[in-house]
Design a binder for this molecule. Structure first.
Ligand code: TXA
Ligand code: MG
Length: 449
Protein backbone atom coordinates (compact mmCIF):
# COMPACT_ATOMS: atom_id res chain seq x y z
CA UNK A 1 0.00 0.00 0.00
CA UNK A 2 1.32 3.43 -0.89
CA UNK A 3 1.29 5.90 2.00
CA UNK A 4 0.63 9.53 1.11
CA UNK A 5 1.15 12.64 3.26
CA UNK A 6 -1.51 15.29 2.67
CA UNK A 7 -0.34 18.69 3.90
CA UNK A 8 -2.92 21.08 5.32
CA UNK A 9 -1.73 24.61 4.60
CA UNK A 10 -2.86 26.09 7.86
CA UNK A 11 -1.18 28.19 10.54
CA UNK A 12 -2.22 30.67 13.21
CA UNK A 13 -3.12 33.30 10.64
CA UNK A 14 -5.74 31.27 8.74
CA UNK A 15 -6.86 28.65 11.30
CA UNK A 16 -10.43 29.99 11.34
CA UNK A 17 -10.88 28.68 7.80
CA UNK A 18 -11.16 25.14 9.24
CA UNK A 19 -14.45 25.70 11.09
CA UNK A 20 -16.20 27.51 13.91
CA UNK A 21 -18.40 26.99 16.95
CA UNK A 22 -22.07 27.47 16.17
CA UNK A 23 -23.51 30.45 17.99
CA UNK A 24 -26.57 29.77 20.08
CA UNK A 25 -28.74 32.33 21.74
CA UNK A 26 -29.14 32.03 25.47
CA UNK A 27 -32.30 33.42 27.00
CA UNK A 28 -31.92 35.22 30.33
CA UNK A 29 -34.46 35.53 33.15
CA UNK A 30 -35.26 39.14 32.18
CA UNK A 31 -36.19 37.94 28.68
CA UNK A 32 -33.07 39.32 26.98
CA UNK A 33 -31.04 37.11 24.65
CA UNK A 34 -27.31 36.92 24.08
CA UNK A 35 -25.38 34.94 21.53
CA UNK A 36 -23.02 32.47 23.15
CA UNK A 37 -20.67 30.05 21.53
CA UNK A 38 -20.49 27.00 23.76
CA UNK A 39 -18.92 23.70 22.76
CA UNK A 40 -22.18 22.17 21.53
CA UNK A 41 -21.73 22.23 17.77
CA UNK A 42 -18.57 22.48 15.66
CA UNK A 43 -19.28 23.47 12.08
CA UNK A 44 -17.25 23.16 8.90
CA UNK A 45 -18.27 25.20 5.84
CA UNK A 46 -19.76 22.99 3.11
CA UNK A 47 -18.17 25.10 0.45
CA UNK A 48 -15.44 27.61 0.99
CA UNK A 49 -13.19 29.94 -0.94
CA UNK A 50 -10.39 28.11 0.87
CA UNK A 51 -10.93 24.68 -0.67
CA UNK A 52 -7.17 24.34 -1.15
CA UNK A 53 -6.90 24.18 2.64
CA UNK A 54 -10.00 22.10 3.31
CA UNK A 55 -9.79 19.59 0.45
CA UNK A 56 -7.15 17.31 2.04
CA UNK A 57 -9.30 17.10 5.16
CA UNK A 58 -12.34 16.26 3.03
CA UNK A 59 -10.37 13.55 1.23
CA UNK A 60 -9.23 11.94 4.51
CA UNK A 61 -12.76 12.14 5.94
CA UNK A 62 -14.10 10.42 2.82
CA UNK A 63 -11.50 7.67 3.29
CA UNK A 64 -12.64 7.22 6.90
CA UNK A 65 -16.26 6.86 5.84
CA UNK A 66 -15.67 4.48 2.96
CA UNK A 67 -12.78 2.17 3.96
CA UNK A 68 -11.60 0.12 6.96
CA UNK A 69 -8.03 1.43 6.77
CA UNK A 70 -7.22 3.92 9.54
CA UNK A 71 -5.72 7.36 8.85
CA UNK A 72 -3.14 9.36 10.77
CA UNK A 73 -4.12 12.87 11.81
CA UNK A 74 -2.59 15.60 13.99
CA UNK A 75 -3.88 16.60 17.42
CA UNK A 76 -2.30 19.06 19.85
CA UNK A 77 -0.81 16.16 21.85
CA UNK A 78 0.51 13.58 19.37
CA UNK A 79 -0.57 12.24 15.97
CA UNK A 80 -3.47 9.80 16.25
CA UNK A 81 -4.32 6.76 14.16
CA UNK A 82 -8.04 7.20 13.67
CA UNK A 83 -10.99 5.10 12.59
CA UNK A 84 -14.77 5.39 12.83
CA UNK A 85 -15.40 4.31 16.43
CA UNK A 86 -18.87 3.00 15.57
CA UNK A 87 -17.72 0.37 13.05
CA UNK A 88 -15.97 -2.80 14.26
CA UNK A 89 -14.19 -3.49 10.98
CA UNK A 90 -12.72 0.03 10.94
CA UNK A 91 -11.55 -0.19 14.57
CA UNK A 92 -9.93 -3.59 13.94
CA UNK A 93 -7.94 -1.86 11.20
CA UNK A 94 -6.21 0.25 13.88
CA UNK A 95 -4.95 -2.78 15.79
CA UNK A 96 -3.77 -4.38 12.57
CA UNK A 97 -1.84 -1.29 11.38
CA UNK A 98 -0.17 -0.63 14.75
CA UNK A 99 0.60 -4.19 15.69
CA UNK A 100 -1.02 -3.43 19.03
CA UNK A 101 -2.71 -6.02 21.24
CA UNK A 102 -6.48 -5.52 21.17
CA UNK A 103 -6.93 -5.79 24.96
CA UNK A 104 -6.06 -2.09 25.31
CA UNK A 105 -9.01 0.34 25.19
CA UNK A 106 -8.86 3.25 22.73
CA UNK A 107 -9.67 6.92 23.29
CA UNK A 108 -12.74 8.21 21.43
CA UNK A 109 -12.31 11.69 19.91
CA UNK A 110 -15.36 13.92 19.46
CA UNK A 111 -15.66 17.26 17.67
CA UNK A 112 -18.26 18.74 20.01
CA UNK A 113 -20.49 18.09 23.03
CA UNK A 114 -23.49 17.08 20.90
CA UNK A 115 -21.49 14.18 19.54
CA UNK A 116 -20.42 13.21 23.06
CA UNK A 117 -23.99 13.33 24.41
CA UNK A 118 -25.20 11.08 21.59
CA UNK A 119 -22.65 8.49 22.71
CA UNK A 120 -23.59 8.54 26.40
CA UNK A 121 -27.31 8.71 25.71
CA UNK A 122 -28.25 7.75 22.14
CA UNK A 123 -31.80 9.08 22.61
CA UNK A 124 -30.75 12.44 24.07
CA UNK A 125 -32.26 15.49 22.45
CA UNK A 126 -30.91 18.95 23.18
CA UNK A 127 -34.31 20.44 22.35
CA UNK A 128 -35.99 18.93 25.40
CA UNK A 129 -35.35 19.77 29.04
CA UNK A 130 -33.72 16.44 29.81
CA UNK A 131 -30.86 16.46 32.23
CA UNK A 132 -27.39 16.68 30.64
CA UNK A 133 -26.16 13.07 30.25
CA UNK A 134 -22.56 14.20 30.85
CA UNK A 135 -21.93 13.42 34.55
CA UNK A 136 -21.82 16.62 36.64
CA UNK A 137 -18.37 15.79 38.06
CA UNK A 138 -16.90 16.48 34.60
CA UNK A 139 -18.58 19.83 33.96
CA UNK A 140 -15.86 21.94 35.64
CA UNK A 141 -13.13 20.02 33.78
CA UNK A 142 -14.86 20.40 30.41
CA UNK A 143 -15.36 24.12 31.01
CA UNK A 144 -11.74 24.62 31.86
CA UNK A 145 -9.80 22.14 29.71
CA UNK A 146 -11.86 21.33 26.63
CA UNK A 147 -11.15 21.39 23.86
CA UNK A 148 -7.76 20.12 25.04
CA UNK A 149 -5.44 17.36 26.23
CA UNK A 150 -7.74 15.75 28.80
CA UNK A 151 -9.47 12.37 28.44
CA UNK A 152 -12.42 11.53 30.71
CA UNK A 153 -13.99 8.12 31.40
CA UNK A 154 -17.73 7.87 30.79
CA UNK A 155 -20.30 5.11 31.23
CA UNK A 156 -20.76 3.16 28.02
CA UNK A 157 -24.51 2.60 27.55
CA UNK A 158 -25.96 -0.72 26.52
CA UNK A 159 -26.70 -0.91 23.67
CA UNK A 160 -23.87 1.40 22.64
CA UNK A 161 -23.09 3.17 19.37
CA UNK A 162 -19.42 2.35 19.92
CA UNK A 163 -17.88 -0.78 18.43
CA UNK A 164 -17.00 -3.27 21.22
CA UNK A 165 -13.34 -3.26 20.08
CA UNK A 166 -13.03 0.36 21.27
CA UNK A 167 -13.64 -0.37 24.94
CA UNK A 168 -11.97 -3.80 25.13
CA UNK A 169 -14.89 -5.10 27.14
CA UNK A 170 -14.87 -2.35 29.82
CA UNK A 171 -18.16 -0.74 30.97
CA UNK A 172 -16.67 2.72 30.32
CA UNK A 173 -15.16 4.57 27.38
CA UNK A 174 -12.43 7.21 27.36
CA UNK A 175 -13.23 10.39 25.43
CA UNK A 176 -11.67 13.73 24.59
CA UNK A 177 -12.31 16.78 22.44
CA UNK A 178 -8.99 17.79 20.87
CA UNK A 179 -7.84 21.42 20.91
CA UNK A 180 -6.68 21.00 17.32
CA UNK A 181 -9.30 22.58 15.03
CA UNK A 182 -7.94 20.43 12.23
CA UNK A 183 -8.73 17.28 14.22
CA UNK A 184 -12.23 18.51 15.10
CA UNK A 185 -13.00 19.37 11.47
CA UNK A 186 -11.84 15.93 10.36
CA UNK A 187 -14.14 14.29 12.95
CA UNK A 188 -17.01 16.51 11.86
CA UNK A 189 -16.54 15.71 8.17
CA UNK A 190 -16.13 12.00 8.90
CA UNK A 191 -19.49 12.37 10.65
CA UNK A 192 -18.41 9.92 13.36
CA UNK A 193 -16.44 9.85 16.59
CA UNK A 194 -12.88 8.67 15.91
CA UNK A 195 -11.19 6.00 17.99
CA UNK A 196 -7.50 6.84 17.95
CA UNK A 197 -4.41 5.66 19.75
CA UNK A 198 -1.10 7.37 19.04
CA UNK A 199 0.00 6.73 15.44
CA UNK A 200 3.32 5.04 16.22
CA UNK A 201 4.25 1.41 15.70
CA UNK A 202 3.70 -0.45 18.97
CA UNK A 203 6.62 0.14 21.47
CA UNK A 204 7.98 3.24 19.63
CA UNK A 205 7.89 6.85 20.90
CA UNK A 206 4.63 8.60 20.00
CA UNK A 207 4.75 10.64 16.76
CA UNK A 208 4.68 14.43 17.00
CA UNK A 209 5.17 15.09 13.27
CA UNK A 210 3.82 13.55 10.05
CA UNK A 211 7.29 12.26 9.16
CA UNK A 212 7.39 10.20 12.40
CA UNK A 213 4.17 8.47 11.36
CA UNK A 214 5.57 7.77 7.91
CA UNK A 215 8.76 6.30 9.43
CA UNK A 216 6.68 3.85 11.48
CA UNK A 217 3.62 3.05 9.38
CA UNK A 218 4.72 3.43 5.76
CA UNK A 219 2.92 0.82 3.68
CA UNK A 220 0.47 0.00 6.48
CA UNK A 221 -1.88 2.97 6.05
CA UNK A 222 -2.90 5.01 3.01
CA UNK A 223 -3.14 8.58 4.31
CA UNK A 224 -1.37 10.87 6.77
CA UNK A 225 -2.90 14.29 7.31
CA UNK A 226 -0.02 16.68 8.00
CA UNK A 227 -0.78 19.63 10.26
CA UNK A 228 2.80 20.36 11.35
CA UNK A 229 4.35 19.52 14.70
CA UNK A 230 2.17 18.92 17.77
CA UNK A 231 2.21 21.79 20.24
CA UNK A 232 1.93 19.81 23.51
CA UNK A 233 4.07 16.82 22.53
CA UNK A 234 2.89 14.30 25.16
CA UNK A 235 -0.46 12.48 25.26
CA UNK A 236 -3.59 13.62 27.08
CA UNK A 237 -4.12 13.22 30.81
CA UNK A 238 -6.62 10.41 31.48
CA UNK A 239 -8.96 10.89 34.47
CA UNK A 240 -11.73 8.82 36.04
CA UNK A 241 -14.38 10.86 37.85
CA UNK A 242 -16.82 7.96 38.12
CA UNK A 243 -15.10 6.65 41.26
CA UNK A 244 -14.60 8.37 44.61
CA UNK A 245 -12.18 10.00 45.08
CA UNK A 246 -11.60 10.72 41.39
CA UNK A 247 -8.25 9.60 39.99
CA UNK A 248 -5.68 10.39 37.32
CA UNK A 249 -4.96 7.20 35.35
CA UNK A 250 -2.25 8.67 33.13
CA UNK A 251 -0.36 11.96 33.57
CA UNK A 252 -0.37 14.10 30.41
CA UNK A 253 -0.88 17.52 28.88
CA UNK A 254 -3.13 18.81 31.68
CA UNK A 255 -1.37 18.81 35.05
CA UNK A 256 -2.56 17.38 38.35
CA UNK A 257 -2.20 20.78 39.99
CA UNK A 258 -4.60 22.32 37.43
CA UNK A 259 -7.12 19.49 37.85
CA UNK A 260 -7.03 19.86 41.63
CA UNK A 261 -8.20 23.48 41.25
CA UNK A 262 -11.55 22.31 39.83
CA UNK A 263 -14.68 21.87 41.94
CA UNK A 264 -15.10 18.23 43.00
CA UNK A 265 -11.49 17.40 42.09
CA UNK A 266 -9.71 18.82 45.16
CA UNK A 267 -9.04 15.31 46.47
CA UNK A 268 -7.98 13.76 43.14
CA UNK A 269 -5.49 10.91 43.55
CA UNK A 270 -2.82 9.41 41.33
CA UNK A 271 -3.75 5.93 40.16
CA UNK A 272 -0.61 5.31 38.13
CA UNK A 273 2.66 3.98 39.40
CA UNK A 274 5.94 5.47 38.38
CA UNK A 275 8.95 3.23 38.08
CA UNK A 276 10.78 5.38 40.61
CA UNK A 277 8.23 4.29 43.22
CA UNK A 278 8.02 0.71 42.01
CA UNK A 279 11.75 0.06 41.90
CA UNK A 280 12.69 1.82 45.12
CA UNK A 281 14.77 4.95 45.27
CA UNK A 282 18.27 3.58 45.11
CA UNK A 283 18.04 0.33 43.17
CA UNK A 284 18.95 0.85 39.54
CA UNK A 285 16.55 -1.05 37.32
CA UNK A 286 18.02 -4.01 35.53
CA UNK A 287 18.04 -3.71 31.76
CA UNK A 288 15.46 -5.72 29.86
CA UNK A 289 13.07 -5.99 32.80
CA UNK A 290 10.35 -3.84 31.44
CA UNK A 291 7.44 -3.82 29.09
CA UNK A 292 8.77 -1.73 26.20
CA UNK A 293 7.00 1.53 25.50
CA UNK A 294 7.99 4.88 24.00
CA UNK A 295 11.34 3.27 23.18
CA UNK A 296 13.79 4.24 20.49
CA UNK A 297 16.16 1.58 19.11
CA UNK A 298 18.98 3.04 21.19
CA UNK A 299 19.28 2.08 24.85
CA UNK A 300 17.98 4.88 27.09
CA UNK A 301 19.68 5.60 30.42
CA UNK A 302 17.72 8.05 32.57
CA UNK A 303 19.03 10.05 35.54
CA UNK A 304 16.40 11.01 38.08
CA UNK A 305 16.54 14.72 38.92
CA UNK A 306 16.47 13.99 42.65
CA UNK A 307 19.98 12.55 42.33
CA UNK A 308 21.09 16.14 41.66
CA UNK A 309 23.80 15.14 39.20
CA UNK A 310 25.48 18.12 37.57
CA UNK A 311 26.72 16.09 34.60
CA UNK A 312 26.58 12.64 33.04
CA UNK A 313 28.82 10.20 34.97
CA UNK A 314 31.83 9.54 32.73
CA UNK A 315 32.25 5.96 33.96
CA UNK A 316 28.65 5.17 32.93
CA UNK A 317 29.33 6.47 29.42
CA UNK A 318 32.55 4.49 29.21
CA UNK A 319 30.78 1.29 30.26
CA UNK A 320 27.97 1.83 27.78
CA UNK A 321 30.39 2.37 24.90
CA UNK A 322 32.26 -0.81 25.81
CA UNK A 323 29.01 -2.77 26.10
CA UNK A 324 27.81 -1.50 22.70
CA UNK A 325 31.16 -2.53 21.20
CA UNK A 326 30.85 -6.07 22.56
CA UNK A 327 27.35 -6.44 21.23
CA UNK A 328 28.10 -5.45 17.66
CA UNK A 329 31.70 -6.53 17.31
CA UNK A 330 34.63 -4.20 17.90
CA UNK A 331 36.13 -1.74 15.48
CA UNK A 332 33.27 0.55 14.50
CA UNK A 333 32.87 3.87 16.26
CA UNK A 334 30.07 3.95 18.82
CA UNK A 335 27.60 6.81 19.05
CA UNK A 336 26.74 8.29 22.43
CA UNK A 337 23.87 10.75 22.74
CA UNK A 338 23.02 13.19 25.51
CA UNK A 339 19.64 14.84 26.08
CA UNK A 340 19.96 17.86 28.38
CA UNK A 341 17.08 19.55 30.16
CA UNK A 342 18.59 22.45 32.06
CA UNK A 343 21.34 21.72 34.58
CA UNK A 344 23.83 19.67 32.61
CA UNK A 345 26.47 21.64 30.69
CA UNK A 346 27.29 21.18 26.99
CA UNK A 347 27.74 17.47 26.14
CA UNK A 348 26.63 16.61 29.67
CA UNK A 349 30.09 17.70 30.84
CA UNK A 350 31.98 15.26 28.61
CA UNK A 351 35.09 16.58 26.94
CA UNK A 352 34.16 17.06 23.31
CA UNK A 353 35.20 18.59 20.02
CA UNK A 354 33.37 19.71 16.92
CA UNK A 355 29.92 20.06 18.48
CA UNK A 356 29.24 23.65 17.49
CA UNK A 357 30.01 23.22 13.83
CA UNK A 358 27.12 20.85 13.28
CA UNK A 359 24.76 22.97 15.35
CA UNK A 360 24.86 25.69 12.71
CA UNK A 361 24.30 23.28 9.86
CA UNK A 362 21.28 21.77 11.58
CA UNK A 363 19.65 24.97 12.72
CA UNK A 364 16.80 24.24 10.28
CA UNK A 365 15.53 21.59 12.71
CA UNK A 366 14.86 24.14 15.40
CA UNK A 367 11.71 25.58 13.85
CA UNK A 368 9.73 22.32 13.78
CA UNK A 369 10.97 20.60 16.91
CA UNK A 370 12.25 23.43 19.09
CA UNK A 371 15.75 22.03 19.39
CA UNK A 372 19.01 21.79 17.45
CA UNK A 373 20.97 18.56 17.12
CA UNK A 374 24.70 18.74 17.57
CA UNK A 375 27.21 16.21 16.42
CA UNK A 376 30.89 15.88 17.33
CA UNK A 377 33.34 13.63 19.15
CA UNK A 378 33.80 12.55 22.73
CA UNK A 379 37.45 12.88 23.79
CA UNK A 380 39.34 11.29 26.64
CA UNK A 381 40.40 13.47 29.56
CA UNK A 382 43.65 14.75 28.08
CA UNK A 383 41.92 15.57 24.81
CA UNK A 384 44.07 13.37 22.58
CA UNK A 385 41.92 10.33 21.76
CA UNK A 386 38.44 10.14 20.26
CA UNK A 387 36.40 7.71 22.40
CA UNK A 388 33.10 7.83 20.53
CA UNK A 389 30.91 9.86 18.23
CA UNK A 390 28.83 12.31 20.26
CA UNK A 391 25.32 13.61 19.63
CA UNK A 392 23.50 16.05 21.83
CA UNK A 393 20.15 17.75 22.09
CA UNK A 394 19.34 20.48 24.57
CA UNK A 395 15.60 20.58 25.27
CA UNK A 396 16.04 23.59 27.56
CA UNK A 397 14.86 24.18 31.10
CA UNK A 398 11.23 25.04 30.40
CA UNK A 399 9.32 21.83 31.07
CA UNK A 400 6.68 22.59 28.41
CA UNK A 401 9.50 22.82 25.88
CA UNK A 402 10.89 19.52 27.14
CA UNK A 403 7.46 17.86 26.68
CA UNK A 404 7.11 19.40 23.21
CA UNK A 405 10.47 18.08 22.00
CA UNK A 406 10.87 14.83 23.93
CA UNK A 407 9.54 12.20 21.50
CA UNK A 408 11.00 14.01 18.48
CA UNK A 409 14.41 14.06 20.22
CA UNK A 410 14.35 10.30 20.89
CA UNK A 411 13.41 9.64 17.26
CA UNK A 412 15.99 12.08 15.89
CA UNK A 413 18.80 10.42 17.84
CA UNK A 414 17.71 7.02 16.54
CA UNK A 415 17.75 8.36 13.00
CA UNK A 416 21.31 9.55 13.54
CA UNK A 417 22.44 6.15 14.77
CA UNK A 418 22.82 6.63 18.53
CA UNK A 419 23.72 3.41 20.37
CA UNK A 420 22.85 4.78 23.79
CA UNK A 421 21.04 7.92 24.95
CA UNK A 422 21.77 9.47 28.36
CA UNK A 423 18.88 11.63 29.54
CA UNK A 424 18.93 14.32 32.20
CA UNK A 425 15.61 13.81 34.02
CA UNK A 426 13.44 16.71 35.17
CA UNK A 427 12.04 17.07 38.65
CA UNK A 428 8.44 15.80 38.57
CA UNK A 429 6.02 17.67 40.72
CA UNK A 430 2.35 17.86 39.83
CA UNK A 431 2.98 19.78 36.61
CA UNK A 432 3.52 18.51 33.05
CA UNK A 433 6.93 17.22 34.19
CA UNK A 434 5.01 14.25 35.63
CA UNK A 435 4.03 13.27 32.07
CA UNK A 436 7.58 13.75 30.79
CA UNK A 437 9.09 11.56 33.51
CA UNK A 438 6.32 8.95 33.20
CA UNK A 439 7.15 8.48 29.50
CA UNK A 440 10.92 8.59 30.05
CA UNK A 441 10.79 5.96 32.80
CA UNK A 442 8.91 3.67 30.44
CA UNK A 443 11.38 4.34 27.62
CA UNK A 444 14.46 3.77 29.79
CA UNK A 445 16.33 0.48 30.10
CA UNK A 446 18.17 1.87 33.11
CA UNK A 447 16.97 4.40 35.66
CA UNK A 448 19.72 5.85 37.81
CA UNK A 449 19.88 8.33 40.63
O1 TXA B 1 -3.31 12.42 23.56
C1 TXA B 1 -3.82 11.32 23.44
O2 TXA B 1 -4.56 10.84 24.32
C2 TXA B 1 -3.55 10.54 22.16
C3 TXA B 1 -4.09 11.35 20.99
C4 TXA B 1 -4.04 10.61 19.69
O3 TXA B 1 -5.38 11.80 21.28
N1 TXA B 1 -4.12 9.23 22.22
C5 TXA B 1 -3.61 8.24 23.00
O4 TXA B 1 -4.27 7.05 22.92
O5 TXA B 1 -2.64 8.38 23.71
P1 TXA B 1 -3.67 5.68 23.44
O6 TXA B 1 -4.58 4.64 22.88
O7 TXA B 1 -2.22 5.57 23.09
O8 TXA B 1 -3.87 5.72 24.98
C6 TXA B 1 -5.11 5.39 25.56
C7 TXA B 1 -5.01 5.47 27.06
C8 TXA B 1 -4.47 4.18 27.61
O9 TXA B 1 -3.63 4.43 28.72
C9 TXA B 1 -5.74 3.45 28.03
O10 TXA B 1 -5.46 2.53 28.99
C10 TXA B 1 -6.61 4.61 28.51
O11 TXA B 1 -6.30 5.66 27.62
N2 TXA B 1 -8.05 4.30 28.37
C11 TXA B 1 -8.84 4.43 27.29
N3 TXA B 1 -10.09 4.01 27.55
C12 TXA B 1 -10.10 3.61 28.84
C13 TXA B 1 -11.08 3.05 29.71
N4 TXA B 1 -12.33 2.82 29.32
N5 TXA B 1 -10.70 2.76 30.97
C14 TXA B 1 -9.44 2.99 31.39
N6 TXA B 1 -8.48 3.49 30.61
C15 TXA B 1 -8.79 3.80 29.36
MG1 MG C 1 0.26 5.40 22.70
Amino acid sequence: METRILKVKVDYSNIQVLGHWKEESAEHKDGSKTKTSNLNTWEVPTTSEHEDILSPIREVAHHLRTTDIPVAFPTETVYGLGADATRSAAVKGIYAAKGRPSDNPLIVHVCDLSMLRSLISPSFSSAGDEEDPIPAIYHPLITRFWPGPLTILLPNPSPSLLAPEVTAGLPTFGCRMPASALARSLIKLANAPLAAPSANASTKPSPTAAQHVLDDLRGRIALILDGGSCSVGVESTVVDGLCSPPVVLRPGGVSLEEIRECKGWEGVEKAYKDQAEVGGKTAPRAPGMKYKHYSPKARVVLYEAEGGRREVPRTDVREAVEAAGEEEGKGNVKSVAIIRTGRWPVAGGLRSQGLDDVAAKDSGDVAETGFAVREGQWLDEDGTTVLARLLEINLGNDVKGVAHGLFAALRELDRRGADVIFVEGVSDGDDIAAAVMNRLRKAASDIRI
